[in-house]
Design a protein around this ligand. Sequence first.
Ligand code: GLA
Length: 382
Amino acid sequence: MNKKLVKEVKSSFKEQFKTKPLLVFSPGRINLIGEHTDYNDGLAFPAAINKGIVLALSKSDSNKSTACALNKNEIYKFNTENIKPLEDGGWRNYVLGVVAELQMAVKPIGNFNAVFAGNIPGGAGMSSSAALENSFVYGLNKLFKLGLSKTEMILISQKAEHNFAGVKCGIMDQYASMFGVKKSALLLDCRTVTSQPYKINFKDYKLMLINSNVKHDLSESAYNDRREVCEKVSRLLHIDALRDASKEDLDCIKFDITDEDYQKALYVINENNRVKQFSEAINKDDIEALGDLLYQSHEGLSTNYRVSCDELDFLVERAKENPNVLGARMMGGGFGGCTINLIKKDEFKTFKKDTTKKFRQRFEKDCTVYSVKLSRGTKIVK
Ligand code: GLA
């Protein structure tokens, strides 16, 4: 968490609303492996990070709510009664979505004032939207004493994303952001919505994120299309979700579906197995195996599931050329955002310099490199 960010949000809030706010920090997330498995009731391996959203909140004594997005210098006023999604509402729809879904799940709430700001690069696949939703649901739950559990809260955040942002996302982002554990990644079972924290010792290696700076827009129908394909194949297999299928099952209906749909379902089945192998490799302290699984995951995302792009493929290819990188893959929903790389600590700087240069030569624009810490989930800031 960034102290400067907390200070900025707090002082802007006090200036505007002349009162002491409730402060919430809600982090973004990374995902080690298990991409597009969450809405298939499968397994994923995310972690909350030390970048996120700080939200300042208090009850309003007027009949208006005010939300201020400090980074964008934008203010939106609304009333908590009769909320509907806005066309091209951007961040406003996440706020409205949480308020509407919260009221639907629990009871009407009063008006409130809010100021928020964050340091998660937008569109990088680090779930700034889940961080925003969770900050509001967590803050409002506290402010209006609604008594919701964390699991109830993330289901509200997810519904906000479905019904107000139009993305039929799974539960991974909201889960990781809410339940993150310091220095750990979470082996998440998206069917039971429970997880097991893994304190991972990467030894001489560390994680490196490289942002292609290609902005992905998940509300683009591509994400929802993938989900529909998975659900269609599951129905044909008479199962609840692809988590329950094996390659042998899928092969039985191979000629009843298109090759593209076959490839996509196969990817999900394989990726779900890779998450299991990944956790086994951690238990055995087999760092090299982790790297291999990352490369396999990318291959599947790129060629079978088709959610990568030239820039992401290029970054993974550069990683493969370098023996100091054990593995790399695109991370998150896809079509842009970051790659996640497992790289030798001593080689971080050299690889960063080299890749940045090559990326610029190839695409005539810059990529951005980050290192992140695995951190605690959504919390009140004292
Ligand atoms: C986005 C969604 C998640 C998940 C990932 C892909 O981040 O919000 O639910 O499906 O894509 O793994």
